[in-house]
Every structure is written in structure tokens, then in C-alpha cells.
Design a protein around this ligand. Structure first.
Ligand SMILES: *Cc1c(COP(=O)(O)O)cnc(C)c1O
Length: 403
């Protein structure tokens, strides 16, 4: 009998008891809107922002409705106009080009290395040819590029950087938290990310003018004085007249759920990384399968794992993922010709025009992606990696018989 995995790849942990208690309290007093606070009360959203600013070391933080909203808001605050070109990764997920499209700007995709990071040589080239002034950098699946080299390229050509940290909340590059290199860091608290309020997001920045704009954009009305992790009131003096309100606030209920999760995040990261390393160790040295190298300067959060089957043909990969699925192991393939579930790729975002990225195509062709929810035990991770290993071998055996 072949071993079968019985666990669920989409089952999250429950919300911590303190989060449930805090949420109940908000529902009991009824002040869910972030600016609906009692005398002397800061409100859960404002407190969460302060705690998130402390967590990242940023001067300012703003909690919003989603990660996608955070990115769109950052682009607006930076003054991106309709028709402007905005650079971004060829390998990312749909909310990233979607944020660019939300301001009627045009995405210009940059090539991807075999380590799944943005190709810095191609970035420099596309900065030259596109004249773009903003890069929306996606730390896709938590793979950080050499951030010092990237910032040098961008700073020397006047390109502002917005970081999409949907997969790097809690990660660092050479000790600096992800989201702290660019003008803005954007995060998601959607169920499948590192802290879970169903939907939600954050922006962080050290720039008082940009953050004042983001706060007004998010829908603060003239109540920005109720924020804690925000620039001082005088910064809003001119900004409040010229910045539209594009509502995308976080409410006190979600903030209440998130605060205890933020406190526990460091411990959760360790738990993820033990699971990640267990699967990675189990997959290493499998013939025909390549694990993704990680630069030791980057500290990651192993909430998902990727590997490549660089020599396999499309049909073999279809076969492989189908066989893993019958054994309970749910994999996503970035080389599939049609977008499926959460997985799509740059050439399926047709509104962005036709762009050719041959290097990215080669990488995505054999790229497999798997979630690692914290509800998996270490033993689960061993079972999963054994199954993947056996089925990867089966591809080679079948190819050898046929060949
Ligand atoms: C989830 C995600 C986002 C933002 O997501 P929301 O669902 O809008 O919170 C941004 N970028 C990437 C790469 C993501 O996976």
C-alpha cells in the first residue's frame, strides 16, 4: 500500500483565545468603526498600528482593509498617475499587477532568477528602457533578493520602491525587517498569510508626508489625530486639502483578533521554519528535483515551499501533481497553461499587454508550490516529503521505460 497523507493544506489554526475574548469585547461594546472610541480609549486599530510599527521598527504604520488595498494606496500616495509605468516582478500573484491596474498605470514585468527573486540585471535594463519611476517589488513566496544591491540600483536611478511583503511579514534581509527598505512596506493579514483576520493589511513607512497621504487616502476623514503610529498633525496641514478619501480602513474587530497574533508571530515563525526545513531536508538530493537556494543573509518565514522539476516535460509534471494529489499532497504548478485557483502568471494578466519574459518562462515551467499550514505536524512534513520524493522518482522511471 502506498502511503497517503490525510491532512488539509488549507486548514488554519484557530484564533488564539485572547483574540476571541478581545473580539467578543468589541462586539459587546459595539464600537467596531475605528474612529468610534469612548472617552480616553485609543481603539484596537490604533493600538494594533502602534504594535505593528514597533514590530517592524518603522516610524509609522497604517492598518487597512487588505494587502491589495495597501499596495494601491502606496502607489496613490507616491503620486502614480494613469498611464505611468510601474515595474514589478514577472513572478508574483494577481493582486500585485491588480494594484498597478487600480491606479490605471501599466505594469512592466521584470525577469526572475532560478532562486525565484527579481533579476537585478534585467531590472536595471528595464529601468533604463521604460523610464518607470516606481518599482512594486514582490517578495514572492518569501524569497528575498539582495536588497542592498536592489536599493542601490533603484536609488541611483531615482526609482521609488514599494515592497509587497505579503509573504515576508517577520522576514529580514541582513537583519533589516522586510518592508523597511522601500518608501512603503505593504503586508496582508488575509487568512493564508502570517497573521489571520480573514482580510486585512498594513502599510509602514518612515516618510511623514507619504504616510499622512496614505492615512487620508485610507479614509480617515479629519480624524487622523486619533492615530498613534502616525506623523504629527502639522504634517497633515496641506495634505488634508489635496488628498482624496478612498475608503479602505481596518475595523476594531479585526484589529482585536490580530493583536495577540502579532505577539505570537515570532514563535509561529520558528514553528513554520522547522516544518519548512523538514520538508526541504526530505526533498534534497532527489534526482530530477531542485530545492530553491536561499541566501543566508535572508531570514525567511517558511509558510510555503517551492521546488523545481527543471527537466520534466509539461505532461510529466501534470502527471506528477495528479499522482501526488491522489496521495493527498496538494501541489500548485506555476507552469500550467491556464490560471487555476489562486495561481496565475504574468501572461494570464492580459490587461497588462503582451510581455515576453523567456527566463521567467523557463523558471515557471518546472515550478511547484506547496502550502505549509501550522496545523501540520513535523511527522506530517516527513510523510509529505516522502510522497513527493517517490512520485518525482516515478517520473524518471517512466521516462526511462519510455525512452
Ligand atoms: C495575498 C497577496 C497579496 C495581498 O493580498 P490580499 O488578499 O489583498 O490581502 C499581495 N501579494 C501577494 C504576492 C499575495 O500573495
Amino acid at each position: 500500500m502506498k502511503e497517503v497523507f490525510e491532512g488539509s493544506f488549507t486548514q488554519q489554526e484557530p484564533i488564539p483565545e485572547e483574540g476571541i475574548a478581545a473580539a467578543l469585547e468589541v462586539m459587546q461594546h459595539g464600537r467596531l468603526h475605528r474612529y468610534n472610541v469612548a472617552e480616553g480609549e485609543a481603539g484596537e486599530a490604533a493600538l494594533l498600528e502602534q504594535e505593528f510599527a514597533d514590530f517592524t521598527g518603522a516610524s509609522y504604520a497604517l492598518a487597512v482593509a487588505s494587502g491589495g488595498y495597501a499596495m494601491g494606496c502606496a502607489l496613490r500616495a507616491l503620486g502614480v498617475r494613469p498611464g505611468d509605468k510601474v515595474l514589478s516582478n514577472g513572478f508574483t500573484l494577481a493582486p500585485v499587477p491588480g494594484a498597478i491596474a487600480s491606479v490605471n498605470a501599466e505594469p512592466v514585468f521584470v525577469e526572475t532568477t532560478e532562486n525565484l527573486t527579481i533579476d537585478l540585471g534585467d531590472l536595471a535594463e528595464r529601468i533604463r528602457t521604460s523610464q518607470a519611476e516606481v518599482l512594486l517589488l514582490s517578495h514572492m513566496r518569501g524569497h528575498l533578493c539582495d536588497m542592498d544591491a536592489l536599493m542601490q540600483i533603484c536609488d541611483s536611478s531615482g526609482v521609488r520602491v514599494v515592497e509587497d511583503c505579503a509573504h515576508t511579514m517577520g522576514a529580514t534581509w541582513d537583519g533589516t525587517p522586510s518592508g523597511r527598505h522601500g518608501a512603503f512596506g505593504c503586508y496582508s493579514c488575509q487568512t493564508y498569510k502570517h497573521i489571520n483576520s480573514g482580510e486585512g493589511g498594513f502599510l509602514v513607512s518612515d516618510d511623514p508626508d507619504l504616510m499622512a497621504r496614505a492615512i487620508i487616502l485610507s479614509g480617515s476623514y479629519m480624524l487622523f489625530g486619533r492615530h498613534i503610529a502616525s506623523p504629527p498633525p502639522e504634517i497633515f496641514e496641506s495634505v488634508k486639502w489635496e488628498t482624496p478619501n478612498i475608503s479602505g480602513r481596518m475595523d476594531n474587530l479585526r484589529a482585536a483578533i490580530l493583536r495577540p497574533q502579532l505577539t505570537r508571530l515570532q514563535a509561529q515563525i520558528s514553528a513554520w521554519n522547522v516544518r519548512y526545513r523538514t520538508v526541504e531536508d526530505g526533498l534534497r538530493n532527489t534526482p530530477g528535483l531542485t530545492v530553491i537556494d536561499r541566501d543566508p543573509r535572508g531570514a525567511y518565514v517558511g509558510s510555503s515551499i517551492q521546488f523545481r522539476l527543471p527537466q520534466a516535460a509539461a505532461g510529466e509534471i501534470e502527471d506528477f501533481t495528479a499522482r501526488c494529489a491522489t496521495r493527498g499532497v496538494e501541489l500548485k504548478w506555476f507552469g500550467a497553461p491556464e490560471p487555476r485557483a489562486f495561481t496565475s502568471r504574468y501572461d494570464s494578466w492580459r490587461y497588462a499587454g503582451t510581455q515576453r519574459l523567456p527566463r521567467t518562462d523557463r523558471v515557471l515551467h518546472g515550478l511547484i508550490d506547496m502550502r505549509l499550514p501550522l496545523t501540520f505536524s513535523i511527522e506530517d512534513c516527513r510523510v509529505i516529503s516522502r510522497i513527493i520524493r517517490e512520485e518525482a522518482r516515478a517520473i524518471l522511471d517512466t521516462a526511462a521505460c519510455a525512452g
